[in-house]
Design a protein around this ligand. Structure first.
Ligand code: SAH
Length: 358
């Protein structure tokens, strides 16, 4: 048989058409990734080790539950797709045989030593959010996506549904655990602090990670009374309940950290101003407010960091009536609340760390 290789190169319109088709099929990656996590694929490859390469049948034999006859064909197709999205490594070893390993991005779906991963974050999604037509209603009729889906704001929806609220909190907690490990490795701004207040700190997990690295810091975890009442005990952390729009505890630094959703990006400029002024009042001269949030690029870009920031911006605007802010918008918020200096200090996994200095 003669094999003809035309050395065919794609034209620009091919790239454009396939970009459009791949966007239509974005639900496919979501479906495959979800099933791969449920089937422990990343965990299996991670346990095999960084350099290890497993065949599809090896992987099938290690699944948590036995696979049906013939399922390896579908599984292999899933693995190839995950490799095209840089989550797995795929090596062709002759003929149609392939072996798979874990790629750096895929490791975020395997538990590390401390049990932290993005799995819970992936598995959580607002129920019905993929009901695409409702989004059109937001544009045509006004209101936000949460009102269309649940008839109320997302906060109210969580407040009256304990099961969803628990899943949501677990998703945010697992995301935060991965992020905070990176933050304490790369951001030096906690060094030398004696008292750090985490405003809207939830149950205190972020502060606990910081204090495990800096045990001389006294931590104050501040949140609504019903949240801190259920918070676990941590050595070196005092839980205080109250309303951050009225008064926050004093410390030589204050932390405001988004938990993927909530804190600053879910509040209007007016509400943020109120909160920032409360923080300003509770800081000593030259004290700093450490803010962790996405920063939207000033101009639209297409790299993966800009795409992620844009996803967050969409969720905040469509679902919560908030927004992600640009560098200049953060700077304005800082200066209008009385702070003398605004700095963007570092970046960790899609989140910027900013300092507002009094
Ligand atoms: N910083 C935490 C949680 C962020 S979620 C983390 O990164 O995991 C936002 C937090 O703000 C929630 O825990 C919520 O209970 C708290 N919050 C909302 N309104 C508040 C208020 N008026 N006073 C104090 N805390 C508030």
């Amino acid at each position: 048989m003669e094999v003809v290789n035309n050395n065919y190169k794609h034209g620009e319109d091919d790239d454009a058409a396939v970009t459009a088709l791949a966007a239509c099929g974005s639900y496919i990656l979501e479906m495959v990734l979800y099933a791969a996590v449920e089937l422990d694929i990343f965990e299996i490859l991670s346990r095999a080790g960084d350099g290890a390469r497993l065949s599809t049948s090896d992987i099938v034999s290690r699944l948590p539950t036995p696979a049906a006859d013939g399922a390896a064909v579908v599984l292999d197709s899933m693995l190839k797709l995950l490799a095209t999205h840089s989550l797995l490594i795929c090596e062709n070893i002759g003929g149609t045989e392939r072996r798979y390993g874990i790629a750096p991005a895929g490791k975020f779906f395997a538990n590390d030593d401390g049990g932290a991963s993005f799995c819970q974050y992936l598995l959580f999604r607002p129920e019905g959010a993929s009901t695409v037509p409702r989004l059109k209603d937001v544009i045509v009729e006004g209101g936000n996506l949460s009102e269309k889906l649940y008839g109320k704001s997302y906060y109210e929806h969580l407040n009256c549904n304990a099961e969803i609220s628990n899943k949501f909190n677990e998703a945010m907690r697992s995301h935060s655990a991965v992020l905070m490990k990176k933050v304490v490795k790369t951001y030096r701004g906690f060094e030398g602090l004696s008292c750090l207040v985490d405003v809207g700190g939830g149950t205190g997990t972020a502060l606990a990670t910081i204090i495990s690295k800096y045990p001389s810091i006294r931590g104050i975890n501040f949140d609504l009374p019903h949240i801190v009442n259920t918070a676990p005990y941590y050595n070196g952390i005092e839980h205080i309940g109250g309303d951050m729009f009225v008064q926050v505890p004093k410390g030589d630094a204050i932390l405001l950290k988004v938990r993927t959703y909530f804190i600053l990006h879910n509040w209007s400029d007016e509400a943020c101003g109120k909160l920032l002024k409360c923080c300003y009042k509770s800081l000593p001269n030259k004290g700093k407010l450490i803010v962790m949030d996405s920063i939207m690029p000033n101009t639209t870009q297409t790299d993966i960091h800009a795409m992620y920031a844009s996803q967050m911006d969409f969720v905040m605007t469509a679902m919560f009536g908030g927004k992600e802010r640009t560098h200049d918008e953060f700077q304005d918020l800082a200066l209008h609340s009385g702070f003398g200096e605004f700095k963007v200090v570092s970046y960790a996994y899609g989140m910027w760390i900013m300092e507002f200095i009094k």
